[in-house]
Design a protein around this ligand. Sequence first.
Ligand SMILES: [Zn+2]
Length: 304
Amino acid sequence: MTKTPSPRRQANEISMMLNAVFGQDRFPVRIRELAIEYSRKRFPDDPLTDVLGDKLPGFEGALAPARDGKRGWGILYNSAITSPGRINFTLAHEFGHYLLHRLAHPEGIYCTEEDMRSWDSKNRKVESEANEFAANLLMPFDDFRRQIAARDKPDLEMLSDSAARYEVSMQAAVLRWLQFTTRRSVLVVAREGFILWARSSEPALKSGAFFRTANVPPVEIPEQSLAARRASVDGSKGSAEFDAGVWFREPCEEMVLFSDRYDFSMSLLHLGPASSRFEALEEEEQEETFDRMMNRTPGSSWLG
Ligand SMILES: [Zn+2]
């Protein structure tokens, strides 16, 4: 049996094909049409034939085999979800399951909101792989870096423009940016005063700037933070500089966005260059900190 190429490699191959056909300025990726056409050409005996909204209470989407002994597959998404960005990500995720996992899962795969969150979890490898495929296909690094350079400090408008370009949720765009930025930045999603989940860029993580939220009691957001003081923000967005001792043991800038529709706040925290405290740590300690964080479960959410 031939080994299935990695999620990233499969996504990159399709991206190169799309670049060749449509040029580089070709976003957002139209997953519906792409998935059906690509599968028909590539796997004519076992294609994806339908992409449909359906009643799927409790699920975001599914990859389901055709019924009544027919050949082929369908991608389903929860028709109660109205956010185009969230739907688009789900479709790309299910397309990933089709390419990567259908042979091992002839009964199909049904995906919950939590599945969409686990993109770096070893415990949910199948879901992580589908998310890795989706992120690479919808938001290729080369194009994203042309929108926001790795060393840039984007504000929420810039990231919102990226979310629109790729037709994904704001959260998905920020998470993808956090994967390639060379800055120390942290995304914190909170509800009712507590952190739901958080994600750090690698330079932030390696310098000890992170919030542990798995397997610990609920973590409160700082009282002085913008996220905790909705009334201090004009409209749904705001930003402020904070001294050491508010979010971290060092100063940071918080850019906050309140989502009334989904009842949460997103705080993007920008820190300065790595602190000397961390640079003073032995390399071994840095590795330990990093490993601890990378092994955490569950991962962050791509939803929004
Ligand atoms: Zn899934």
